[in-house]
Design a protein around this ligand. Sequence first.
Ligand code: MN
Length: 200
Amino acid sequence: MFELPALTYEFGALEPHIDAKTMEIHHGKHHQAYVNNLNNAVKGNAAEGKSLEELMASISKHSMAIRNNGGGHWNHSLFWSLMSPTGGGAPEGKLAADITATFGSFETLKEQFNTAAATRFGSGWAWLLVHDGKLVVTSTPNQDNPLMDIAEVKGMPILALDVWEHAYYLHYQNRRPDYINAWWNVVDWKKVDALYQAAH
Ligand code: MN
């Protein structure tokens, strides 16, 4: 059975950038629903007993319910872990150097990432991922992610931003770009760096 991971910070810990009510509903209702629906969707078929990573890598062989809810579970589990009340600032060390080498500067990476997040039509996610040792910015629709065998751009995500309206509408209404800009203030670069090192 898949389970909702506990947050390592309080619902209100990311304020003023992400408000407590949004966090409470997003984690306790939306993510919990993905977990519940995923558990129901794998029951009694070939997906039962497989790990979430195994499901992502073979998602074309499974149902749309497993794609949507399995993706939802994996994506949100990563998303919570990449934010911290002590986040913000800029990456350091090899990650910072490789970002500069790849994009020209951290500011340019942010611009590319913000564009990917702002222009994803409807619901989806923006990603910074590692593919063949290289850093790549992309976005996916719905709850798809770059681990899925159906993804246009594949790789191991090290940074993820949820741009579904449920992630920001209570506080930011239709102002998705304001939410995106505010979110950089809670990015946990230590965690991103750890994922980057593990992805090499
Ligand atoms: Mn979400």
